[in-house]
Design a protein around this ligand. Structure first.
Ligand code: ZN
Length: 170
């Protein structure tokens, strides 16, 4: 049984997310040489369109490259693919940094948004709006309550910490 390292596991997850199950399978085959998509479709018994879709998704990510060549016999364009295993670490790092960037923005937004909520769930308003409503629900006249976002903030902070740990171990 092959034991995956954390990095391999994360790359697998990333590929599954971007290029689906077929992308993950293709990548795990560890194909060192150039191949054509129709040859692979035949070998794996998968629709060629499915294979191409996965390969182009991996190409977008930077994990696959191709060159096109006209087949002399059929006159059709053939795609010759190659998987970039050596770039996997850099690509993973780039994607993790993108995710971290998004989380930092989310954290900022969570910290800035102070919400007040009606106990009967009629309204959810910002601090400024709560002031102009005198902290009273405009619909049922209940007193607006402060909505504690600290657990949401802690959750985002935890996710950022996890990414930082993975990044430093890559
Ligand atoms: Zn209300």
């Amino acid at each position: 049984m092959k034991v995956l390292t954390k990095r391999e596991e994360l790359i697998g997850e990333l590929i599954s997310r971007v290029a689906g199950e077929i992308g993950a399978i293709l990548y795990s085959l560890d194909i060192k040489d150039e191949f054509t998509d129709d040859q692979l479709a035949l070998e794996l018994g998968v629709e060629i369109n499915e294979i191409r879709k996965a390969l182009f998704a991996m190409y977008e990510l930077g994990l696959a490259e191709y060159r096109r060549k006209k087949d002399d016999e059929t006159g059709w364009m053939e795609y010759y693919w190659k998987l970039n295993y050596d770039k996997a670490r850099l690509i993973l790092k780039r994607e993790l940094e993108k995710t971290k960037e998004k989380l930092l923005k989310k954290l900022e937004a969570e910290k800035n948004a102070i919400h007040y909520i009606c106990p009967n769930m009629c309204v959810k308003v910002s601090y400024d709006d709560a002031i102009s409503l005198n902290f009273v629900c405009p619909q049922c006249q209940s007193k607006l309550q402060f909505l504690d976002c600290s657990s949401a903030i802690a959750k985002v902070e935890e996710e950022i910490k996890n990414i930082d740990e993975i990044l430093s171990a890559l």
